[in-house]
Ligand binder design. Structure first.
Ligand code: XMP
Length: 495
């Protein structure tokens, strides 16, 4: 990318451009055959360039699971009170335990425990199988959700488990394909792995096998578990939080603050690097060449780009600082070169903007409001009366809340300011909105539709893969760029 492209996009964002259609080269726009592989960090590759935002109304375990299954990744937010690290750990652990691979540290319960305890453990970790161990920690049996259904809390686990002698057990470690073969041959749904002392060293379930088949593009770690990233702050408990997140298997830390080009960030990155070595660090947010260079020089493995384009964001209104997102991406991409991937964060309101974010400099795209109201977002669904314009009838419509992480509500929840008066809340200087959005279906459908549209864009762009389209665009942006007049914008996007 060149300086002339930067001149072309100054002051511009997504709705300022269309791309000129090129000679189509691909026979099919099917996402299962078009390569969309992109880097999330220097070491983590995604088959799909989609990242769900670390916002407390967007990404908790259910969202992160869907993202990783679909080939992207979710970033679990840190929207919890300072010192309250456990809730975030639970979410990360739930993603890592979901399924998809050999569970190397399956949850265990003593045979002498009660069913009530087992039920709580299963519910807490969102899993359906516990390994039962004797007093010496040796495999005694397996207990599944079905074993405890309709059973009183006081019954002992020993009385409900399938005992060791009725299980097929494998001694030693196994590769994923061998585990699959072993389970198919033995016709079992669970395969515990034990060491020479009969201590449990892993568990494979048929759900894992099925999931592998169902989600061929999923983002997995070396053990076959889903990958997940997690946000930490730059002050307060961030080091302790990072240690705990890494302990339960977080694949990357996202040091996310509103103004990433700052001394606060510099100190935080140095501290995280000093303590945790080469763990993948995503840092942000920035919107300038100086900002991105600053973060790369301090060891970021990926940089989040976007100051103020977010759907729940009022930074530009409140402070007048920010850079239009397309200009920001181009500036940062020119500065970063191939040193680290950029994450285009915020402002994608329609699927067409996704491919723009990916061509103007984003290796991946982070989305918040695009997932608002989906099944996997946290928070309650509330019914609100809405008047249908055609019939003037009042119907009850389900809504969910979507809010910026710097909105008064999010900050209040985080800082334990329930009793704060109006002046105190004003003093927070909120830079985020809180809105109700209609509840809708799964984020999985949203992602799948996005990917279809990205593949269609690749076809219109005359390429055969996302990387191919990127290269063609970078080589000759003028061939693609159409700058829109106000009426062309209306013709294109106002429906
Ligand atoms: P979209 O447009 O996908 O953007 O909803 C998601 C991104 O918005 C940012 N974000 C905020 N920015 N004040 C801000 O200035 C806020 O309260 C706020 N909450 C989220 C964030 O970068 C997110 O990934």
């Amino acid at each position: 990318m060149t300086k002339s492209l930067l001149d072309r996009v100054r002051g511009c964002t997504f709705d300022d451009f269309l791309f000129t259609p090129q000679l189509g080269e691909i026979p099919s726009r099917d996402p299962s055959v078009i390569d969309l592989t992109s880097s999330f960090t220097s070491s983590i590759r995604l088959r799909r360039p989609i990242v769900s935002a670390n916002m407390d109304t967007v990404t908790r375990a259910p969202m992160a699971i869907v993202m990783a299954e679909e080939g992207g990744i979710g970033v679990i937010d840190r929207g919890y009170r300072p010192g309250d690290i456990d809730p975030q750990i639970v979410e990360v652990a739930a993603v890592k335990r979901t399924q998809h691979g050999i569970v190397t540290d399956p949850l265990s319960i003593p045979a002498s425990a009660r069913v009530g305890e087992a039920r709580t453990a299963m519910h807490h970790a969102r899993i359906g199988t516990l390994v039962v161990v004797d007093e010496d920690g040796r495999l005694a049996g397996l207990l599944t959700e079905r074993d405890v259904r309709f059973v009183g809390d006081q019954v002992t686990v020993r009385d409900r488990m399938t005992p060791r002698q009725r299980l097929v057990v494998h001694a030693g470690r196994l590769t994923w394909p061998d585990a699959e073969r072993r389970m198919v041959d033995a016709k079992v749904k669970k395969l515990p792995l034990v060491d020479a002392d009969d201590r449990v060293i892993g568990l494979v379930t048929s759900r894992d096998l099925i999931k592998h088949r169902e989600h061929p593009f999923a983002t997995r770690d070396e053990h076959g578990r889903l990958r997940v990233a997690a946000a930490i702050g730059a002050t307060g408990d961030f080091l302790e939080r990072a240690a705990e997140l890494l302990r339960v298997g977080a694949d990357a830390l996202v040091i996310d603050i509103a103004h990433g080009h700052s001394r606060v960030m510099e100190r935080a990155m140095a501290a995280v690097r000093a303590r945790f070595g080469d763990v993948p660090i995503v840092a942000g947010n920035v919107a300038t060449a100086e900002g991105v260079t600053f973060l790369i020089e301090r060891g970021a493995d990926a940089v989040k780009v976007g100051i103020g384009p977010g759907g729940g964001c009022t930074t530009r209104l409140a402070t007048n600082f920010g850079v239009p997102q397309v200009e920001a991406l181009v500036r940062c991409h020119i500065a970063a070169g191939d040193r680290v991937p950029l994450i285009a964060d915020g402002g994608v309101k329609r699927d067409g903007a996704l491919v723009q974010a990916l061509l103007f400099g984003g290796s991946t795209v982070m989305l918040g409001s695009a997932f608002a109201g989906t099944l996997e977002t946290p928070g309650e669904t509330v019914l609100k009366p809405v008047v249908v314009p055609e019939s003037q009838k009042v119907v009850q419509v389900p809504f969910k809340v979507f809010r910026g992480m710097a909105s008064v509500g999010a900050v209040r929840d985080r800082l334990d300011l329930e009793d704060a008066d109006v002046d105190e809340l004003d003093a927070i200087g909120a830079e985020g909105l809180e809105v109700s959005v209609p509840a809708r279906g799964s984020a999985r459908t949203v992602v799948q539709n996005m990917l279809k549209h990205v593949c269609s864009a690749i076809s219109y762009g005359g390429a055969t893969s996302l990387d191919g389209l990127r290269q063609a665009f970078a080589a000759d942006p003028e061939r693609f760029l159409v700058r829109l007049s106000a009426s062309a914008r209306a013709e294109s996007f106002h429906r």
